[in-house]
Structures are given as structure tokens and as C-alpha cells.
Design a protein around this ligand. Sequence first.
Ligand code: GLY
Length: 414
Amino acid sequence: MTRKMQKSSLSNTILRLQIVFLMLCVGSIITNSQAQRKAKPLNDNTISLDSSAEQALLMAQSLIDKPTRLPKTTDAEGKLNTTSSADWVSGFFPGVLWYLYEYKRDTVLLNYARNYTARVEKEKNNKRTHDLGFMLYCSFGNGYRITGDTTYREVLLTGAESLASRYNPVIGLLRSWDWSNDKQWQYPVIIDNMMNLELLFWASKISGNPKYREIAISHADRTMANHFRPDYSTYHVVSYDTVTGIPEMKVTHQGYADESAWSRGQAWGLYGFTMAYRETKDSKYLEQAKRIADFILNHPNLPADKIPYWDFNAPDIPNAKRDASAGAVIASALIELSGYVDKSLAKKYLNVAKTQLRTLSSPEYLAKKGTNGNFILKHSVGHFTGNIEVDVPLTYADYYYIEALLRLINNGKQ
Ligand code: GLY
């Protein structure tokens, strides 16, 4: 080997050593930063949201070639049960996808959110249900809030008009159901209907037409006057006489008894009046929400983990089934309500909501990936006395669970 060749081989070796050294340095920087990321304590709520996103993606994939179907619950074998857009629960899964997209900013979630939202669109012309708030505001409402897509705004405004068509000015309330059972009610209004007012408040803000807001306020006022007992628990169904406009019947449909406190009904009331206060800033709604919260939080039958039995007066407590959906709705409402009250009350509400979310995020309630029909939460009750959806996943439990987690992260706003 010539001198010149020896010199060049030496400088090649030095160059190679330098490259190896550089690679080791870069590698170590990457490894260190990964380790730092791993070492950083992860917030429990973000862990639950990440695993929920994985589960929601599995759900979305599983129905992608069934373009008219939306998730509802599971059947007796634990298999996914779906529904058409006409069911009151159709908007919740699109809403789950929007919330998770908002959290993760992931394009796959966005595409699924758009896809599943479009499946609900035709319900904007449905004048046979009061549930358009649930169906359209959770799907298109979140989609519009997040993307500003004006086609979504049109769907929502058409839906608000359809919902407003169910208002009877003599009674001052929106009619909930068009069907009757053996009780032969004339004009049934259920506490759940408070939830649909959010779409009407939104429609007045966006369109400038006060009509929707006026209907919502009248409905909230009449519900406050007629649905609640002296202890601020709520009846499920109040039916009105269509001639006089006064209540003719106060009963239950999904609760244990006419005079019992059906848990999800209490949850809808709490959430509904908290939302009505947000939209009007009328203190009477805030007081109502606080009183409902008192009823729930001070109830001797509310378990220590704060997930209610399906009815506060279920006869077999403490062996009665729990309702995760009621727990999730209450948690979400309490987090919002905590933003409207003094510090000590806010702390009390947040503590209960955090306990609920901790319970729901535990293996007892949070499903393992790929199980539970790809729903996020286990153990909800749809209609116990009808033996329908007892101790199953329900799509709305998932929606309000995700909403509550996001509200907690974002301090009450969502
Ligand atoms: N809105 C019907 C239910 O809560 O079951």
C-alpha cells in the first residue's frame, strides 16, 4: 500500500468513526427524549381518552360498509346491535368521533366523524320526534362547532325548525312522544326533552330568529313548574290536558315506579337546567340545577363510587344494576355546573365528577380493546322494567363519558 493510499484509508476510518459517533449522539438524544416522554406522568383522563379513541376506531371500521347503520348497544350474545338514523340514539356515535377528533386531531377520526354524521342527515326533516337535539346537535352540532362547515349549519337549522313544529302554544311545551300506552296520555312531555332545547338555543343565536329560544325558555319554565317534586327529584313523564294546558298525569315509563326517581331522568334534568342557565344566564335555572344536584349528591342510595343504580328507589338496592349512562351524564353536567357556582360548591361538584370518571375509567366499567361490541363503557341500563337493554353498553353512555373527560381537561368548557 502506498503512503497516499494509507493516508486516505486512515482518513476514511476517521470519517466512519465520526459518523458512528454522530449516530450514537443522535440515537441517544432520541432515546433520551423518548424516555423523558415515557417518564412524564400521564394524566389518567388522557389515558382513558386514548384507549377510547382506539375502541371508537374499531367501531367505526366495523360498520364502514353498512352506510345506513349506527351503533346502539349489544345483544344477548354481546354482539353489536345497530340502528337506523331514526332512533333517538343515532347522533351519539358521530358525536363520540367528533370529540375524539377534537382531542387527537387525527385525520382518520375526522373522516369517520364526517361519514357517520352524514348518516343522520335525513332526520332533519323528521317532525315525529322530540329527540332531534340528541340526534342532530351531538352529530352535526359538534361537527359545525369544530369545522365551521356551513352545510352542517343548514342541517341544524332545518332540524331546529322540525323540532319547533312540535311546540303547542296553549301548553307551552314541545310534545315528546306521539304514541301512547295503556295510560292513554294526551300530551306527554318527558324530562329527557330538556336536552333537546340546546339545539333551539343554538338556532336562535345563529339565525337571529328569537322563536326557537322563546320556545326553549317556555319549555324549560313549564318543566320546572310541573316536573319536579318538593325534594327536587323529577317525574319521568308529565302529560298535559290539551284543552286546559294543565298537567293531567305524572307517571313513569322507564323508572321503577311513578313516584320513584329514575336515575337517568335525574341526570337529564341536571344537565338540562345547567345548559339552560348557560344559554340564558337566568339565575332561576342555576338554582334549579343546584337543587337537582343536591338531590342526587345527598341521596342515601348514591353509592360511594357515585355511579347510580338505575333507579334511586330500585327495590333490590344494593344489588340493583348500576347505570353507567346516568353516571356519565351527571359527571358531565357537574363539571359544567362547577363553573357557575362558588368555590366550595365547585369543589364538591368536581370531586363527585372525578370520582365518577375514575370509576368509569376502571376495568369494572371501561371495556378492553376489541371487547364489548367495541363500545367504550360497560354496565348501563336502558329500560329495566321493559327488560330492554339491561346491563349493557349504550352509545350515549360513551358520548357523555368522553364529553365529561374533555370538559375536565378543558375546565368545564366543551
Ligand atoms: N331519552 C331516552 C332515555 O334516556 O332512555
